[in-house]
Design a binder for this molecule. Structure first.
Ligand code: PLP
Length: 347
């Protein structure tokens, strides 16, 4: 399992970054309406935030077409991923996931004794659902799928994933991490929330960190069967895990459709521009369904990241399938122009 991110290195590098393109953050958030709600809530910062948390939970349930008992809040979706890791690791066996994928849940489960069964992505960098289905046996405690996937930005076709959920969830719980779902075409159609509505043992994780611009405010949620929510709730303090300020801001942001639409549009513009820069320099890239782009490098990844950082651009490098890769988050157009200038110098 890949190691956890090196917090000290990230902190040491931050002051050198004019363009911060390391962590798939939203450069436009939070929205003005969210900020206003947040400031108002500060006045009640002396009170435990039960009502605000319950209002947010209720609004999310309504938005997703499920009951409140199907929803669990978290301080970011990392909270949900950790609760699932601890819950399913405690049952013994292994987590089944793609490789590469977002490592946090697997890492936490392995840290407390679970195994890890990994399956490479297909040639289109989608989850290889046939191969994953074949690996599902008594020893698997949870199937973890990230769609769209991080770090590749690629999508697994929703019709195939829906059939997979229908069949495989009868045998094992399936956790679908939809952190980037708001950036795909037709998010509602591509989300697997309907599998939960149909009563399947599927757990969906969502975050406000991306399209709502809340990475530092920390709000995320799970949607799953009520009995699964009860199990996961053992590993988080549901009454208090979101602050009054963040809960109020999230509620305002949930209703601010104009803002999220704007962010998706700006992200698309930054993506198209970055594609054109890569193409012009003779680079390929994986088609992105998220707010970042993954592309194969022609030099050592660590060296590349260091050279970009010297020019004020922070990004991340990866190595998988015998290839060095760069993952660049999509920032403002100004950020991407800095990226382009630096990239032209060293590519
Ligand atoms: N899941 C995926 C796929 C992610 O990429 C991230 C963060 O980048 C997270 C979950 C965790 O985000 P947060 O805890 O901020 O909701």
């Amino acid at each position: 399992v890949p190691p956890r991110a090196d917090m000290h290195k990230i902190l040491a590098d931050l002051p050198r970054m004019q363009a911060r393109l390391t962590s798939n953050e939203n450069p436009f958030g939070p929205s003005d309406k969210a900020k206003k709600a947040l400031l108002e809530a500060v006045n009640e910062g002396n009170r435990y935030a039960r009502e605000r948390i319950m209002s947010l939970r209720s609004a999310i349930a309504k938005e997703e077409g499920v009951s409140e008992e199907h929803v669990m809040l978290g301080a970011g979706s990392s909270d949900i991923l950790l609760a699932a890791a601890l819950n399913y690791a405690s049952k013994g066996g292994a987590i089944l996931s793609a490789d590469p994928t977002y490592a946090s849940l697997v890492r936490s489960a392995v840290d407390v004794g679970a195994g890890w069964e990994k399956v490479p992505l297909t040639k289109d960098y989608a989850h290889d659902l046939d191969a994953m289905e074949k690996k599902v046996n008594d020893d698997i405690s949870l199937v973890y799928i990230v769609n769209p996937n991080n770090p590749t930005a690629t999508i697994t076709p929703s019709d195939k994933l829906r059939s997979f959920c229908e069949v495989v969830s009868r045998r094992k719980p399936i956790f679908i991490d939809e952190a980037y779902i708001d950036y795909v075409d037709d998010p509602k159609g591509q989300s697997m929330v309907d599998c939960v509505r149909k009563g399947q043992n599927v757990i969906i994780a969502r975050t406000f960190s991306k399209v709502h611009g809340f990475a530092g405010l920390r709000v995320g949620y799970a949607i799953a069967q009520p009995e699964v929510i009860k199990e996961l709730s053992k590993y988080t303090n549901g009454a208090f895990n979101v602050s009054a300020t963040s809960a109020s801001a999230a509620l305002a942001s949930l209703q601010d459709k104009e803002f999220t639409k704007y962010c998706v549009q700006k992200n698309k513009e930054a993506k198209d521009y970055t594609y054109s820069v890569l193409k012009k320099e003779g680079y390929a890239y994986l088609p992105s369904h998220t707010n970042f782009i993954m592309f194969p490098l022609k030099m050592n990844g660590k060296k590349f990241s260091e050279e970009m950082l010297k020019r004020g651009v922070g990004l991340r490098n990866w190595e998988f399938y015998d290839q060095q890769w760069c993952r660049v988050s999509l920032g403002t157009m100004e950020d991407m122009k800095l990226f382009a200038d630096a990239f032209k110098q060293i590519s």
